[in-house]
Design a protein around this ligand. Structure first.
Ligand code: SAM
Length: 266
């Protein structure tokens, strides 16, 4: 009885917060200035507590760009594809650490993020472009009209040197992951690299949505955490013609692991 009451109060609290955000967020500023650099305002950022502080968001952006320089050969001449850019963490880092690159293209299913990036990044840096795709995702684009299985990204074969996804497979089911892996094989240049973060463990079912008590957290809501079995996801990469060049266990946001892939047999 007491437990039910507590639950009811928590749900009511969450509901109230959501309604308040719906009213207040459109009135809030969309940007903050950090050391002369424009960042997305806190309420537009993804990734929970890790990126709330401006310094943390900015430092992580720079680290991501440095990672791509060090492990994926990012230079001003690179052609980069980002899937699920959110409000521009990686491009902010790239502009800081490398400057304008030959081509950076991002796609995202969250319209607000894409609009932010167009307004605050693309206008000043025309080689950085952002495309909204109306693909359904129960967490990020509930009303999306296109199913992931129908998607073919509107880019030419072998058009990219780097494909980057941070904390995206962590919210996608295996069908969606499979479609993207197929697209990456088509889009990646033979010498190119793919960087992916995902929740990956050994000795767990192939895929689990919101695993109980995983990483000491309670995962709630649609596709909050999608965890994969390591062997299973690596087999999927293999079936799509990729080899794992480097694997770093559990060092990314909320305990995600990092994969660096290249094309098999190059
Ligand atoms: C946790 S956020 C990460 C944002 C950004 N990559 C970062 O690390 O700051 C996940 C992002 O993936 C996007 N996303 C979810 N499903 C997607 C899909 N099927 N295709 C492209 N983007 C997707 C979301 O809209 C969101 O921007």
């Amino acid at each position: 009885m007491v437990w039910r009451k507590v639950n009811l109060i928590t749900c009511a609290g969450r509901f109230f917060k959501r309604v308040l955000n719906l009213v207040v967020n459109p009135l809030r500023s969309r940007t903050v200035h950090y050391g002369g650099i424009i960042l997305p305002a806190k309420h537009l950022r993804f990734g929970g507590e890790h990126f709330r502080k401006d310094k943390d968001f900015f430092d992580s952006a720079c680290r991501e760009a440095e990672r791509l320089v060090q492990h994926c050969g990012l230079t001003p001449d690179s052609r980069v594809l980002e899937i699920g850019c959110g409000p521009g963490r990686l491009p902010i880092g790239i502009l800081q650490k490398v400057g304008d690159v030959r081509q950076y293209i991002a796609v995202d299913v969250d319209r607000k993020s894409v609009e932010w990036c167009e307004r605050y990044i693309h206008r000043e840096h025309p080689t950085f472009t952002f495309t909204y795709i109306d693909v359904a995702n129960p967490r990020y684009n509930k009303k999306g009209k296109i199913s992931q299985t129908e998607i073919r990204l509107p880019f030419a074969d072998l058009a990219f040197d780097i494909i980057y996804l941070y904390s995206v497979f962590s919210h996608l089911t295996r069908e969606d992951v499979t479609v993207y892996c197929r697209e990456f094989q088509r889009l990646l240049h033979p010498e190119g690299k793919v960087f992916i973060t995902a929740f990956v463990e050994e000795d767990v079912p192939n895929m689990t949505v919101n695993p109980q008590d995983y990483q000491g957290r309670r995962w709630t809501g649609p596709l909050h955490c999608v965890r994969y079995n390591r062997e299973f996801i690596e087999q999927l990469y293999k079936e799509h013609g990729f080899v794992v060049e480097r694997f770093e266990y559990g060092e990314e946001t909320e305990g995600q692991s990092a994969y660096y892939l290249s094309k098999a047999g190059r």
